[in-house]
Design a protein around this ligand. Structure first.
Ligand code: G3H
Ligand code: ZN
Length: 277
């Protein structure tokens, strides 16, 4: 299939009652692995890359790899910019063929966050592309970016934020954390409250490490998208780590890269299947 437009993907998931995993890619192998995993599971989702990762794999390269990886795929998959950190990155990704965008200005004061999102929304909506925005901030480690501050989403700000920005998806901070080093403690009552206020579907970042029974509960509260990064990166890195531990002279990059693709695809297939079971 071709890369699917983000609005179409959201609609498809809504109509079929799917929750969409958004799997973080890093490079070529991860991109092929995620496409393979979703196809193996027969379920839709996103391939996403964070702004931070664009210095390794630029938007044009990722868009090109994604469309090639999806040639043999029969499930709808969107290409999403994760934690978009600037208007320039937003434009570069839209121009490269991304079909869904996140602008993350959650570290800024409320009014400035709104302005940044409005600017991204104006650009993306012109091209028929949905925008995810974040209100509140997550603790933890997103690759090499560490955030110590725990700033849960304030339900009283939600309606104003969504209405003023025009965002299409809202990422919330409800005790979810980035990375595997801190234990997530998802505040389901807070998520429920937010879901009753938010006019748009919700997004849970920091999927790795959240118990599946919690994810299934969270699904009742208009949660449409859940991000998984660390789980896949661990499957990738541990493939090389184990081989190196077993033999410090190992140099089978081709074999190990293919094995890593296999391991990451299995992990992606397992995750998308469990959260939709
Ligand atoms: O934006 C990406 C994520 O929120 C991934 O978080 O590495 O904890 O799964 P995670
Ligand atoms: Zn995230």
């Amino acid at each position: 299939m071709k890369i699917v437009n983000g609005f179409d993907l959201m609609k498809y998931a809504g109509n079929h009652g799917y929750m969409l995993p958004a799997f973080n890619t890093t490079n070529m192998e991860m991109t092929y692995a995620i496409a393979k995993g979703l196809n193996m599971a027969g379920l839709p989702g996103y391939i996403q890359i964070s702004s931070n990762n664009l210095r390794l794999s630029n938007p044009d390269v990722i868009a090109c790899l994604t469309s090639d990886a999806l040639k043999n795929s029969d499930v709808p998959v969107g290409l999403h910019l994760d934690h978009g950190k600037s208007y320039e990155d937003v434009k570069a990704c839209v121009n490269a063929g991304f079909t869904s965008i996140m602008i993350d200005a959650s570290h800024l004061p409320f009014e400035e966050n709104i302005k940044e999102v409005q600017r991204a929304v104006r650009y993306c909506h012109f091209y028929g592309i949905p925008v995810e925005a974040e209100l509140g901030a997550l603790r933890g480690k997103e690759e090499d970016i560490v955030n110590e501050a725990d700033c849960k989403t304030d339900p009283d700000m939600v309606l104003d934020f969504v209405e003023q920005t025009g965002c299409d998806l809202l990422a919330v901070s409800v005790g979810n954390v980035h990375g595997l080093d801190i234990e997530p403690k998802v505040d389901l009552p807070l998520l429920k409250t937010i879901s009753e206020i938010s006019p748009v579907p919700l997004v849970m970042h920091g999927g790795s490490g959240i118990p599946f029974d919690v994810v299934k509960e969270a699904r009742k509260y208009n949660l449409l998208k859940i991000n998984y990064g660390s789980d896949l990166r661990k499957a990738f890195v541990s493939t090389f780590g184990k081989a190196y531990e077993a033999n410090h002279n190992t140099a089978s990059v081709i074999e190990l890269s293919m094995e890593a693709v296999e391991n990451v695809s299995k992990k992606a297939a397992e995750l998308v299947t469990i959260i939709n079971s």
